[in-house]
Design a protein around this ligand. Sequence first.
Ligand SMILES: Cc1cc2nc3c(=O)[nH]c(=O)nc-3n(C[C@H](O)[C@H](O)[C@H](O)COP(=O)(O)OP(=O)(O)OC[C@H]3O[C@@H](n4cnc5c(N)ncnc54)[C@H](O)[C@@H]3O)c2cc1C
Ligand code: SF4
Length: 511
Amino acid sequence: MRQLILILGDQLSLASPALLEADPAKDGVLMIEAAGEAKAVWSHKARIALFLSAMRHFAHSMTEAGWSLDYVAMDDPAAADFGIRLREALQRHSPKILKVIEPGELRMLQMIEQVCEQAKVQLQVLDDTHFLCSRHEFASWAKGKKELRMEYFYRVMRKKYAVLMEGEEPAGGSWNFDADNRSPYPKRTGPGLIPAPAAFAPDALTLEVMALVERHFPDHPGSLANFVWAVTREQALQALQVFIDTRLLHFGTYQDAMWTDTPLGWHSLLSTALNLHLLNPREVIAAAEQAYRQGQVSLESAEGFIRQILGWREFIRGVYWLDMPGMKEANHYGHQRDLPAWFWTGDTRMACMRDSLKQTLELGYAHHIQRLMVTGNFALLAELSPQQVSDWYLAIYVDAIEWVELPNTAGMALHACGPRFTSKPYVASGAYIKRQSNYCTGCTYDPAKRSGEAACPFTTLYWHFIDKHEQSLKINPRTALMAKNVQKLSEDERVAIRTHAANLLENLDGL
Ligand SMILES: Cc1cc2nc3c(=O)[nH]c(=O)nc-3n(C[C@H](O)[C@H](O)[C@H](O)COP(=O)(O)OP(=O)(O)OC[C@H]3O[C@@H](n4cnc5c(N)ncnc54)[C@H](O)[C@@H]3O)c2cc1C
Ligand code: SF4
């Protein structure tokens, strides 16, 4: 065999550069299912099922397209280390070259490198052209900058790809319309009727995979009862169309809104299809821009959505590769507390955490503001170990792959990388959650109280955080106001907050 092309579980595109360069008559393709990957962190059942089902559907497309495919299915989980299976496959095929697109995780890249070195097979790692900004291009942009800011990167990308541009200027005269977005749902009427996203009942192949997951990973967290994710390119395209036609309309307005029993809001739910490469970000961006140009949606919504993909998604990936492996150990505040056990059950009296965690266990999904300003905010205020928190996020979300999960968790939610790529810690008290949701109605706790039994833990721990970090917050223009506000509290109040916070932090499992 001239070359063997290794397709990883999150590289499911027939337009992969490794395939475009290859010849089905001379080259082979290898795909490997490995239980070790599902166990590296204690993965949600839906996350495992999504990867396996999408891989098996893709394998069908590969054979239909005439490729000679060696598909190593998961049989005995005990012998299921990815490295072992790769080594066996290299022995079986004796290729001159193993070709792979850049994996989405440094650990995987290092494992493949090691196996090839031991097997004395030449390894060729190709740029992942799924992304609009290559690792090399991002590194050039970042060169000489101590601190990286998404907003400036995003402008470069908008210009480079002529997205939402009017000549040299941004459409509508502004790069960012966040000031017009991010409303809460109307407090009196709630979210009202939100059009449902596309949902795909599991077909025979997915049902087979779901049974396998229940058999091999019975004690893993989460449920498969609500599994309706797109597992093929055709379904992913349908999901995109439904989003553009019915849900993009209010995406921007309600991007940061939360409400009980409204787990999906107006969000796209496209991260899984994008991350598995069933969708190309270019086609998603183009569809959103076209909807705006045709007058279907406002510029605010289209820009807000496009920024998440052309801006945040590309930026986050660039930062991951630039700052690994250090990012995995980053701990700006030196936080060491253990993740409370109820992160895995949702059994807490805090209504906002309960809602966000329960839906995560049911669906493997929570939207961005729940991840950032509810669970992430709590994890930072409660001084949880960034490594334990990152492992949890990697395990529990269906769209989790390290290149996107780690920078979002360590960098954005926990400020564990300091000011490297976020200008301030994203901390907020119960007042923010009350403003953006209805969670506080009927909660055991009171978001307005800073100390005492009834005080909302977010509020107590927020003021404790500001009190503790007053000096560093004072010198940052973006957080100086927080420091000013804490200075307005009397010494008695500050002592009461410290005392109550110390008690909460010692008893996180009991919240
Ligand atoms: C702590 C934390 C952990 C996260 N972990 C992941 C993860 O493992 N995988 C993942 O794909 N996203 C992650 N995100 C980013 C974001 O929350 C999800 O992409 C989004 O919630 C997915 O839902 P959606 O497709 O409905 O997104 P929408 O709100 O509809 O946004 C559209 C698309 O924009 C992209 N996007 C939006 N925000 C981000 C972001 N901050 N970083 C990268 N891409 C973004 C996604 O591809 C998403 O599908 C995380 C965010 C936080 C705060
Ligand atoms: S009171 Fe505090 S804990 Fe309860 S829902 Fe509101 S923010 Fe969450």
